[in-house]
Unconditional design. Sequence first.
Length: 94
Amino acid sequence: MFVVLLKFIDRGKAAGVLAGHKAWLDEGFAEGRFLLAGSLAAGQGGTVFIHGLSEEDVERRVTADPFVAQGVVTAEIVKITPNRADARLDFLTK
């Protein structure tokens, strides 16, 4: 499982690529790879939780995000190996 932190570096470009970023999110959710996406506090950027991909695939996918590709945000990918979860999230520990 991976947590991707997207932090704004050029908000001025965001409006021009927002539709592409939303389409990127929609695709990840439709494929069942994105589990959660949301905003960071104080409008600093966003976060995406990704599951079921290799580290290389996550890196490729994140690089393809129009926000990343167009320099709107920086992306930090954090790998997590879940070993304990609420019963509703047990699938993450298998």
